[in-house]
Design a protein around this ligand. Structure first.
Ligand code: BTN
Length: 254
């Protein structure tokens, strides 16, 4: 299993482990990061029993997906996790398009869609151990429909790259996602991904709901700035930049 994926990865210094099933690749890699694992350590799994998404949500991770986490150790401690999340979204979108041959869109901030349905979620989590910071870049891609179909909770909003299982292409997408990620991450300061992130973003110009605590506020998404914050305008004309934190958004139309 490991060699079948490793042979497609071109990035240097990747330490890969791949499992049939884990609790959460992010949780496993975090433990390794604390114990000194080096940048480029990657944990991949075909299933997660405790997959986690943003805002404390569960990320349903049945067999049919590729779930992976990449460890990076940014030298500059002022790194911005939102930028890393956005660069990852561009990297994975490209990988799905290049290998899977399907068009993708990005929904600010961390979702990748095919025809308006979610095919991939990204969760970047940072930590500090001693003097060194680390970031775990977690990526969950629905590759094909699980044996018994998608869970009821997500069946109307989820989609996958392929109609049926194709190990070769799934490994190629995963490898390309890792390579594309390091390409953008190594140049994170020149923000090469930013234009593409904006172009691919499905939210710009759309009416949205800003979900903050228990509130749902009507707004229009008007721009994304160079910190990848979303600029929104409320019906009273007031504008605000929102960053990921505890906020998420819902599109009112596609
Ligand atoms: C989201 O959509 O809110 C983010 C989902 C992130 C899921 C990935 S799958 C690999 C890694 N391990 C996890 O537990 N979560 C991330």
């Amino acid at each position: 299993m490991k060699q079948n994926l490793l042979k497609y990865i071109k990035s240097k210094n990747i330490e890969l482990e791949i499992f049939e099933s884990v609790t959460s690749t992010n949780d496993l890699l975090k433990k390794q990061a604390v114990n000194g694992a080096k940048e480029g350590t990657v944990i991949a799994a075909l299933k997660q029993t405790n997959g986690r998404g943003r805002l404390g949500k569960t990320f349903i991770s049945e067999k049919g997906g590729m779930y992976l986490s990449i460890l990076i150790r940014p030298e500059n401690l002022n790194f911005d996790t939102t930028l890393i999340t956005s660069a990852t979204a561009v990297a994975v979108s490209r990988a799905i398009e290049e290998i899977g041959g399907v068009n993708t869109q990005i929904k600010w901030v961390n979702d990748i869609l095919i025809n308006g349905k979610k095919v991939c979620g990204i969760l970047c989590e940072s930590g500090i151990c001693g003097q060194e910071a680390f970031v775990i870049v977690g990526i969950g891609i629905n590759m094909f429909v699980p044996e018994n179909g998608f869970d009821d909770e997500i069946k109307d909003i989820a989609t996958c790259v392929f109609e049926k299982e194709n190990n070769e292409l799934q490994n190629k997408i995963t490898a390309r996602a890792i390579d594309n990620f390091f390409y953008y991450y190594n140049k994170i300061n020149n923000k090469e991904f930013l234009n593409e992130y904006k172009q691919r973003n499905i939210v710009l110009g759309k009416d949205i709901l800003v979900l903050k605590d228990k509130e749902q506020i009507n707004a229009k998404a008007i721009d994304i700035d160079d910190k990848c914050r979303l600029k929104v305008e409320y019906p009273d004309g007031k504008q605000e930049f929102i960053s990921t934190g505890e906020i998420s958004i819902k599109l009112k139309e596609l």
